[in-house]
Design a protein around this ligand. Structure first.
Ligand SMILES: [Zn+2]
Length: 441
């Protein structure tokens, strides 16, 4: 360990209590994403800016020049730039300032916005996702400054709005578009999965698909005649056609494709079977009445699809539409009444190779920071399970990895809470990574 790292990590031990009280302040600001489903925008807007203002104060304590800006009133991002002495690589610390709603506050053991602290954990909405990571990044920068460590490369601190509703155009993409770019980025999303403080260098592509199947309604008792017609004269106009029967035939074909994907879709950063075609919502019945007295004439199937970041989305879409087309060809009704396939949402993936110097730097820094603690040892390296802002960094040519305190299973959950020791180790890992990546004088 270098002398610079040594004194910075020791400084962070001394900042533990202040880190916890700052996190309590951050949790008390109800920065619920105002466009999140079923929320009152006017009621909630402004929380994101308030967290950005809180962070700006700490960024200034780290010697940063700060700016608040956004694309919607009350939804400001914050950026702090700690200028390097020159000659080193620059690094971004990124996290989002918004949180998801707390849901039924009565279901929580402690008030979700009180920032309750027990012997080991800090509780509350955003304690894991992801105010502890944001505060740990700010304190890492402060500890460097307060220890008199000057980095060679610039350190750019980013707190962004809108992430929880995938509004990257208001947050990370806007910040990067305003020129706050660097040679690498660490995103402080919670990465505790199998083990705590994993390093996550990839995020899958996420695609939402809706399949609409139209049938022909009739009385439920016409089903036997409908089935007999299908067998004897499949090419004639039937008395009725069940949209649900046909839709489930299409779904069956997609389930077989999902099985094939376990073998055909691979990425060395992902486990086999991590790419999936999940039917999550099914809606069907007769237009006239959702009632068992009628043969259903409309069905929609809504899928969430996770695919490898290294594969083009058009390839995924054409594989799926070909599968749907083959299933339709085998179904006499669907042959003449093709299912409609739509793609309401797409969020591309991103990846940074395990061998990339940034990934290696963060793995080494994480190990250095955790030495002698309960978190000691080599970290697990695995992808994020879902969409993150990592996408927008790698799309901009900036290698990026996730590393943050808290377990993914606690994100968005009732009784969300984060281990304080883990927050301190994360802050140390950020500081150690900055010294390794940017160089120090
Ligand atoms: Zn998050």
């Amino acid at each position: 360990m270098t002398a610079a790292t040594d004194k910075t990590l020791a400084r962070l031990d001394g900042m533990r209590d202040e880190m916890v009280s700052t996190l309590q302040e951050a949790i008390a600001i109800q920065s619920i994403n105002p466009t999140y489903p079923d929320q009152d925008y006017d009621d909630l807007v402004g929380g994101e800016t308030a967290v950005s203002q809180l962070l700006a104060g700490h960024y200034r304590e780290a010697g940063a020049e700060t700016q608040l800006f956004g694309d919607a009133a009350g939804r400001d991002n914050v950026v702090g730039v700690v200028r390097g002495t020159g000659g080193g690589r620059s690094l971004i610390f990124n996290g989002h300032v918004d949180v998801v709603p707390a849901g039924d506050a009565g279901a929580w053991t402690h008030d979700p916005f009180a920032g309750h602290v027990d012997g080991t954990h800090i509780w509350g909405r955003g304690s894991v996702d992801m105010k502890s990571g944001l505060v740990a990044q700010a304190f890492a920068a402060r500890a460097l400054h307060e220890s008199g460590v000057r980095l060679r490369g610039d350190l750019i601190l980013q707190g962004v709005a809108g992430e929880e509703n995938l509004e990257h155009h208001l947050g990370t993409s806007l910040v990067l578009g305003n020129g706050f770019v660097a040679h690498g980025a660490i995103i402080a999303e919670p990465t505790g999965a199998v083990g705590p403080l994993s390093v996550m260098p990839a995020t899958p592509g996420v695609l939402v698909m809706r399949i609409t199947v139209t049938g022909k309604t009739g009385h439920a008792s016409a089903r036997s005649l409908m089935r007999a017609q299908l067998r004897s004269s499949p090419d004639e106009e039937p008395i009725a056609a069940s949209a649900l029967d046909s839709a489930l035939r299409v779904h069956d074909a997609l389930r077989r494709l999902e099985d094939e994907w376990e073998v055909t879709l691979t990425d060395p950063l992902f486990e086999p079977g991590q790419f999936t075609i999940g039917l999550d919502v099914i809606d069907g019945g007769a237009r006239a009445a959702r009632n068992v007295a009628f043969i259903p004439d409309e069905t929609t199937l809504d899928y969430a699809i996770f695919y490898p970041p290294s594969v083009d989305v058009a390839t995924i879409q054409s594989e799926i539409t070909a599968t749907v087309a083959r299933a339709a060809e085998a179904d006499p009704w669907l042959r003449r009444n093709l299912p409609k396939v739509e793609w309401p949402m797409h969020y591309p993936g991103g990846r940074t190779d395990r061998s990339d110097p940034l990934c290696q730097t963060v793995v080494a820094a994480r190990e250095e920071a955790a030495a002698g603690t309960a978190y000691a040892g080599a970290p697990d390296v695995r992808p994020f399970p879902s969409a993150t802002d990592l996408t927008w960094f790698t799309a901009a040519g900036i290698p990026a990895v996730g590393l943050g305190p808290g377990s993914l299973s606690m994100a968005h959950a009732v009784d969300e809470r984060c281990a304080i020791d883990e927050i301190v180790v994360a802050a140390k890992a950020y500081a150690a990574a900055a010294i390794r990546w940017c160089g120090a004088v």
